[in-house]
Design a protein around this ligand. Structure first.
Ligand code: GLU
Length: 374
């Protein structure tokens, strides 16, 4: 069982059932214990992102709306009211530990559209660099039934992928996966480790919506599938006790879905396998050796651009002889790149007339091939 200290960047998902009681009142004592665990992690050099539910439940209580009978617009209005209370509480408690909270409300477009994905990733990176704790939720006030993540397990997995977390912790009212629903099947056994999410594991999790626990075990296993493919190990653990993360670090029972690689490897594999590569950049030798040393691609090292692409599209990186040496996600459109060829990063603003990113391809968003491809 890996301890939490093995992970550098963690996403912790908190389900509504832990945060809010049956009447929709926030369970502040429990939240204080969770935040104290988060603060210890941050103090010992970890970066943490929280995905927190609870907005709708809290808002329904404030507005006197019955959650069970509420219509979509009632839920959207409740989310607007509840979200601010939720954030206020996180902010106050994190503040007691000397930490700042940041609210991030997401819609699926923010993770599925590459341009927005890149924007969101940079913002999270900046927040984490400054030891801020981002508190994420679905933007329920504008989300509709068709356009939403649907459940915060899935949202948390997408966030883990977005921030390249190495661990995703799903805290709920169950302490992991069982071979069958422990409430109805006698003799069902706890599963401590999962190395492959195959049909047998999916069968243990039950059908969608019928699993046990908030959101169901099925949604948790599906979230684990998204995260482990992105190189992020996923832990399902119980949050029904105070200081749930400390307990986990002390060896509390949980299920770990092990990722086979790291987030960086998963990212590079994905990039290498992308079929749609709408553009190409020719690089000089200086730029190529900078990339091989782990640097980003700066405009000064690019001699020509071909194809039409937008920000976030994949571009082939070629040497002077036209051999593809790698590829990456463009930070600028093809039109912008053509204005930036050979320019120093400090001159980008003068050339474009607005301030953009200082690199054409960021080092986290590129792969350099071991063997050059033709
Ligand atoms: N985003 C919802 C809320 O804050 C919760 C969704 C979920 O728990 O899966 O109330």
């Amino acid at each position: 069982m890996p301890t939490l200290s093995d992970y550098r960047r963690l996403v912790v998902k908190v389900g509504s059932s832990l945060l809010v009681d049956e009447q929709g009142r926030l369970n502040r004592t429990w939240l204080e214990s969770l935040v104290s665990d988060l603060a210890s992690l941050v103090r010992s050099g970890h970066q943490v992102v929280v995905v927190s539910s609870g907005a709708i439940a809290i808002g329904c209580e404030t507005l006197g709306i019955s959650k069970a009978r509420a219509r979509l617009d009632d839920l959207q209005a409740s989310a607007a009211v509840g979200q601010i209370q939720l954030m206020h509480t996180y902010q106050a408690i994190l503040g007691e530990h000397g930490l700042a909270a940041a609210q991030v409300l997401m819609t699926p477009d923010d993770t599925e559209n590459r341009r927005r994905f890149l924007n969101a990733r940079r913002t999270f990176g900046k927040l984490l660099e400054r030891s801020v704790v981002p508190i994420v939720n679905e933007n329920d006030t504008v989300a509709t039934t068709e356009i939403r993540y649907g459940d915060n397990d899935r949202l948390a997995a997408r966030i883990a992928q977005l921030v390249m977390a190495d661990a995703l912790v799903l805290l709920s009212d169950v302490d992991g996966l069982y071979t069958a629903d422990p409430r109805s099947s006698e003799g069902s056994e706890h599963v401590p480790d999962v190395t492959s999410i195959n049909d047998a594991v999916l069968a243990m999790a039950g059908e969608a919506g019928t699993g046990f626990g908030t959101g169901g075990m099925r949604t948790k296993v599906m979230a684990a599938r998204i995260a482990t493919h992105a190189g992020c190990s996923t832990i399902i653990a119980s949050g029904t006790i105070e200081n749930p993360l400390r307990s986990l670090a002390d060896g509390a029972r949980c299920t770990v879905f092990h990722a086979s690689g790291t987030p960086a490897i998963a990212r590079k594999q994905w990039l290498a396998g992308v079929l749609e590569v709408p553009g190409e950049l020719r690089l000089d030798d200086g730029a190529i050796s900078a990339l091989r040393d782990g640097g980003s691609l700066l405009p000064v090292g690019v001699t020509s651009v071909a194809g039409e692409f937008g920000r976030g599209d994949v571009v082939a990186l070629k040497n002077a002889g036209g051999v593809e040496i790698g590829r990456g996600l463009a930070e600028y459109t093809s039109e912008e790149v053509s204005q930036l060829l050979g320019c120093q990063s400090a001159q980008i603003e003068a050339r474009l007339g607005y301030r953009g990113r200082s690199v054409l391809v960021h080092r986290d968003e590129l792969v350099v091939f071991e063997n050059e491809r033709n």
